[in-house]
Design a protein. Structure first.
Length: 246
């Protein structure tokens, strides 16, 4: 099993969904997709006059913001991915973490502030995804998750992808980016350990938007996923990019 995590910025890129669908169609391994949609959520909030509030870079989710996140993630983004896959001949089903209790979570406790309706995943109903995969159906998962208190929660898509990959005992978790991997002296670094990665961050080689991407990859392998890879769609098809291992 391969788990692919795609972000909202990638979804907005022209031709991305079609290229993703073709890559999945060409894969010889079963695939599960977990997606975000942060930019689209922020855009819709702005249109509705809802302020985006963040604490230490983390989005605070109130009731109205959760409604927007559900519309964008479980609705617009999820179905756009499913439609692209179906058009490429890939049998696909869109699910949120709420459906079938796929992703069960608890409220995330943050030390300096109340993040509102933000959750952290405690349990993944892996059998449901595996049943679909056995039938040749690709699951496309929105990270809106179901709390044990019956409340829906917004969950970070990177965290959701890591939890899904771990529960499925996936061979690798792919983080799809707009760059081919971590680049050093014009070359893509094929493999990095956590220590090497932290050193590159400290020396400014890994910087800006790449930092949260590699942090997510490091968190995944720390949780127990054997490998995490950052790369672009071309790298997904060619098994290229930067692989993070312990």
């Amino acid at each position: 099993m391969h788990v692919i995590k795609i972000g909202g910025n990638e979804l907005d890129s022209p031709g991305f969904l079609e290229a993703l669908a073709q890559a999945v169609a060409a894969s010889s391994e079963p695939v599960t997709i977990v997606h975000g949609g942060g930019k689209a959520i922020a855009d819709l909030q702005a249109k509705l006059g809802l302020a985006t509030i963040k604490v230490d870079g983390l989005r605070v989710t109130d009731t109205d913001s959760l409604a927007v996140a559900q519309m964008v993630l479980s609705g617009q983004a999820n179905k756009a991915i499913v439609m692209a896959l179906l058009a490429a001949g890939v049998d696909a089903v869109g699910l949120s973490g709420v459906d079938g209790g796929l992703l069960r979570c608890q409220k995330k406790v943050y030390p300096t502030a109340d993040l509102g309706l933000v959750g952290e995943i405690v349990e993944v109903r892996a059998k449901l995804i595996e049943m679909l995969a056995e039938k040749g159906i690709t699951a496309v998962i929105s990270p809106i998750s179901l709390g044990y208190d019956g409340q829906a929660y917004n969950v970070n898509a990177d965290e959701a992808a890591s939890a899904v990959a771990l529960a499925l005992q996936a061979d690798i978790l792919h983080f799809i980016s707009n760059v081919p991997g971590v680049i050093y002296k014009d070359d893509v670094l094929a493999e990095l350990t956590p220590a090497q990665t932290e050193d590159l961050i400290a020396h400014g080689v890994i910087r800006d938007g790449m930092v949260p991407k590699v942090r997510a990859a490091l968190q995944a392998i720390e949780l127990g996923v054997p490998q995490a890879r950052i790369g672009n769609l071309a790298g997904l098809a060619a098994a290229e990019g930067t692989v993070f291992t312990k």
